[in-house]
Design a protein around this ligand. Structure first.
Ligand code: ACO
Length: 425
């Protein structure tokens, strides 16, 4: 017999079906709750609400587990490329050699942007944040590639996006510096191509460094999906109205921008720079982070799901040491980060609140070492998260039980009130 839970409301008992996931995760199904009882649930921030069933990513926040399509993040970071990981997320299985080759060809074939898109880039004010530009340009892409066509064409659109977003990111950087755009090259891998588009110049031709290419692959893999986070939920929500793929992805970029989500990688570096510049002591910083009357938070610490060390943070921390060692960089910000982590991990407040470093705590230091400018950090996160958003959008479109997302509310405003004529207000 299938499991149920019993709910007693105003003395009347209701039986609700239980849904159990493949890793033993449990939920009770409240889809008929309002119709049967007149009640809704109240869950600001959706901390206890399952908005969908998904077969893409599994996380266990208590044990620090993260798997894409069943494969541990540690194995993917060690062995896979970002493109293999993207294929895995979107298609549900690792690519065969011929599938991978075909994907590479399609990525190369779609890496250029329509020349007239350059005009858009040129007309953004100089101080525009690259995340705003990226979101707007993804939306604009839809006008250049409007027809989704057959199912095969939809797969081509997925690869268009993965390829073109990388080109757009590099292009917006070059243009913001008043530099000539570097076109993508067919002989380079996805990450090497990006680094070349960012840094190649006639005076200093870019020489591909395989260790940095590996570091970028790992960075992107670690960010590729994270189940129903703020930006992914935004992608699914916008897609639920049957808005186009491009509009849904642009919504994901916008949600990612905020400092409590993807924008944290930029915020961490800005925080570390400020500590360095002001000469603040670690104890002072920790004291401020714990003070409820002070809005300051230790950026790069805490997570809605992880109540232990973020498994991605462990991998990126190791990568950070490797990249800095290889490039012989001594970064005072890394020393501050390490000292902050040491103190925070032994402080009662951080222990009691289960606050551990998240992926953003060290990722900014790796990106800095790779010469990626700080205001591009969240764009790097978006390039990484793109396959996850696409996979989640695709899964939601294929779900036979899909409905438009439409939460309810508890109204707390005035009850019916009389209209007041102007001369009596
Ligand atoms: N520094 C100090 N205190 C913190 C921090 C922090 N970074 N994060 C949470 N807390 C405290 C809160 O003050 C609160 O304390 P209280 O219960 O005594 O009032 C408690 O921990 C719970 O915090 P919430 O904000 O309710 O936790 P929530 O799950 O809603 O937020 C979040 C998670 C947004 C990640 C939060 O930890 C935070 O703001 N961290 C800093 C920003 C950051 O690093 N974001 C990146 C997240 S990972 C990602 O998106 C890739």
């Amino acid at each position: 017999m299938s499991e149920t839970v019993r709910l007693i409301i105003e003395g009347k008992e209701y039986e609700l079906p239980v849904i159990i996931g493949s890793e033993g995760e449990k939920a009770f199904d409240i889809t008929a709750l309002r119709r049967k009882t007149g009640y809704i649930t109240y869950d600001p921030g959706f901390g206890n609400t399952g908005s969908c069933a998904s077969a893409i990513t599994f996380m266990d926040g208590e044990k620090g587990i993260l798997r894409y399509r069943g494969i541990p993040i540690e194995d993917l970071a060690e062995n896979a490329t970002f493109i293999e990981t993207a294929f895995l997320l979107i298609n549900g299985h690792l690519p065969s050699l011929s599938e991978l080759n075909q994907t590479r060809v399609l990525l190369n074939d779609s890496s250029m942007l329509h020349e007239s898109m350059q005009v858009f880039f040129q007309n953004f004010p100089q101080a525009s944040h690259p995340m705003g530009i990226l979101s707007a340009m993804i939306m604009a892409l839809r006008s250049f590639y409007p027809d989704m066509g057959t199912e095969e064409d939809i797969h081509t659109h997925f690869l268009y996006l993965i390829s073109k977003v990388r080109t757009m990111a590099a292009m917006s950087y070059r243009m913001s510096r008043g530099e000539k755009v570097v076109y993508p090259r067919h002989d380079l891998s996805y990450c090497a191509n990006f680094l070349n588009m960012m840094f190649d110049s006639p005076v200093h031709p870019y020489i591909v460094d395989e260790d940095l290419v590996k570091a970028m692959n790992v960075f992107l893999i670690l960010h590729a999906d994270h189940e129903q986070n703020c930006s992914t939920a935004a992608v699914r929500l916008v897609g639920s109205s049957r808005a186009p793929l491009y509009a849904s992805i642009a919504a994901g970029v916008s949600a990612l921008w905020g400092p409590l989500h993807g924008g944290a990688n930029q915020a961490v570096i800005e925080m570390l720079e400020k500590i360095h510049k002001d000469g603040a002591t670690i104890d002072e910083v920790i004291r401020r982070a714990k003070d409820r009357n002070d809005p300051f938070r230790l950026m790069g610490f805490g997570h809605r799901i992880y109540k232990t060390y973020d498994p991605r943070a462990k991998i990126i921390k190791k990568m950070c040491d490797k990249v800095l060692g290889k490039l012989k960089i001594e970064d005072p910000l890394l020393d501050i980060a390490k000292r902050l982590e040491e103190v925070a991990l032994t402080d009662a407040y951080f222990i009691d609140h289960n606050l551990y470093p998240n992926v953003d705590f060290y990722s900014g230091i790796v990106l800095r070492a790779m010469r990626i400018p700080t205001n591009m950090f969240t764009v790097m996160f978006a390039i990484g998260r793109l396959p996850g958003w696409i996979a989640q959008w695709k899964e939601s479109m294929e779900d036979p039980s899909r409905r438009i997302s439409r939460p309810r509310q508890i109204y707390t405003g005035l009850t019916e009130s009389a209209w007041v004529p102007m001369d009596q207000r």
